[in-house]
Ligand binder design. Structure first.
Ligand code: FES
Length: 99
């Protein structure tokens, strides 16, 4: 879900029971990255074989398809690009995003 955090759109994901939060403003060109598809991605082994990995841990920006690790915010194609991430705290059944 996307929430407003002091004027910033932040998306909160639940992946494998863990809450994660990312800025909903793509570092590429400002697209609504967190409204994209949440899935996995292809990973290449040292021997060159490809396999599908990280199911549910990768969000693809709907504008140009850049993929980001929802845990770290890193762009999979270039880790020099990173979505801002936020700490999430769960207390008494409520989810809080820390600015
Ligand atoms: S704006 Fe997100 S990939 Fe281009």
């Amino acid at each position: 879900m996307v929430v407003d955090l002091d004027g910033r759109e932040v998306a909160v994901f639940r992946v494998d029971g863990e809450f994660l939060a990312l800025a909903n403003y793509c570092v590429h060109q400002g697209g609504p990255v967190c409204e994209g598809r949440l899935s996995g991605t292809l990973a290449e082994a040292p021997d060159g074989t490809l396999s599908y990995d990280h199911e549910g841990g990768v969000v693809a920006c709907p504008w140009h398809g850049w993929e980001f690790d929802v845990r770290t915010g890193e762009a999979l194609a270039d880790p020099n690009y990173r979505q801002p991430t936020y700490d999430v705290v769960v207390e008494a059944g409520a989810v809080y995003v820390e600015a």
